[in-house]
Unconditional design. Sequence first.
Length: 254
Amino acid sequence: MLQDYHVHALAHGEYEYTYDWLKKFLITARKRQIQELGFAEHDEFLSRIDTSILKRLQEEFPDITLRLGLEVDYIPGREDYIRQISQSYDFDYIIGSVHFIDGWGFDHPDLRHLFEEKDIDQVYSRYFELVQMAVKTGLFDIIGHLDLIKIWGHRPRRHNVLFYVESLLNSIKAAGMLIEINSAGLRKPVGEMYPQQEIIELMASKQIAVTLGSDAHHPRQVGEGLQEVRGVLINAGFTHRASLQQRQMEMLPL
Ligand SMILES: [Zn+2]
Ligand SMILES: [Zn+2]
């Protein structure tokens, strides 16, 4: 039972939220045996979501359970705004993601070169500190692409990555939150899923529940890499993944 909970029909704003466009995502989902599909636009495009289109698509694709999510940029100070936009639709889930470190959009190709000027361990430390802050807000159901900081292939030098994530995983577990296994990293320079296998294994030992997402920004990317994700999860000992409806969780077989 595959799911894809991280799909951006609007990508970075260049497409329109129309019936015909969204239908293309469902056609790919069906081909790749995705049984649960969640559209989760970036929060800046919130006003362009049209739930009537999702209702019509659900009628046309009864074999795929459609969900409505949102991917929210976590930036300290944004908490009230996030609380407010989370009420703007009947969201099934809210993904909290860190894309900015103190104003630096580190995952943007134009800003990638700034890694060269920084101490990579300090970057890792600050990045995971921000993710930890996102968890502590209690505003999110799912943490998106947990180790996105590795996107361009930069690795910490003084410590193994587990040093940076272990206490974060404990907080996520204590908060009852989920971690997304995101296949987009497989098509990025780093060439591996988010988070990496060692972290997935540590998550398994702590029994942290997961969702799966492709981070598709185009219909052809729906479900891409998720069979591979499922294989890694099963090898790590996972048997189930989470499903969310109106922010209520249930566990379904992988
Ligand atoms: Zn993201
Ligand atoms: Zn995304």
